[in-house]
Design a protein around this ligand. Sequence first.
Ligand code: IPE
Ligand code: IPE
Ligand code: MG
Length: 256
Amino acid sequence: MSDPRHIAIIMDGNGRWATARGLPRSAGHRAGVESLRAIVHHAGVTGLEWLTFFAFSSENWSRPDGEVRELLALLKMFIRRDLADLHRKNVHISVIGERDNLSADVRGLLVEAETLTRANTGLNLVIAFNYGARDELTRAMRRLAIDVAAGRLDPQSISADLISANLDTSGMPDPDLIIRTSGEMRLSNFLLWQAAYAEFLFVPCMWPDFTPAVFEEAIEAYRSRDRRFGGVNSKQCCKESPELLAVATASDGVAS
Ligand code: IPE
Ligand code: IPE
Ligand code: MG
């Protein structure tokens, strides 16, 4: 199968990585930023088109105040320290998630990162910060409802494409591969709509231990997957039955 265009990563396990070493959770988050840097660099060099990271969820506010402060500080530090370098590497940055309840200085940095790199044509780096898929869908639905109520939108013209276009990920391809570290096998409110046909890979290592080599292994595993999108595998049915192939490739997709 062809290589993934868009890989999304749920960076999980920073806290457990630190605890296992007798360190505070904050040390795990700092080590996690190093992994992030290494993977962004690697993806840029290898020519990946889209790379999304889940950095802070809409539910992560429920963590202790000190940890939330640390995570916000790390985001600010990452942008301040790495933005110039990412710009030099032609990386295009976008941020998804709710902005309204972020402080003005954080919002300002996110806008600065997006504005500076807007015309870049290399890796598209997407940071999901204060992101929750249900929140994203709720905001989109509210916007569409306002348009319907104002008479600007006919409810009959609400399509899957229109919903996609109203999400934070508007204009981005859906993720082909979603990787989650730390062995947890759940989405935790990440890209629920966009993940409809994503391939999933759950790797046991904690995020600070995730290296470009593990990333490459994940891409290798993706290559061996058989994505059908609800259809049939044409090679398989061709071998087994030429009539089935005719059905599979019929333009209207309906067997007569
Ligand atoms: C991922 O690591 C980082 C964020 C969710 C921000 P965790 O902090 O969730 O680490 P664990 O899952 O507690 O080990
Ligand atoms: C998901 O990890 C969020 C991020 C990686 C930013 P969590 O650690 O918050 O998820 P749960 O609570 O284990 O589901
Ligand atoms: Mg976690």
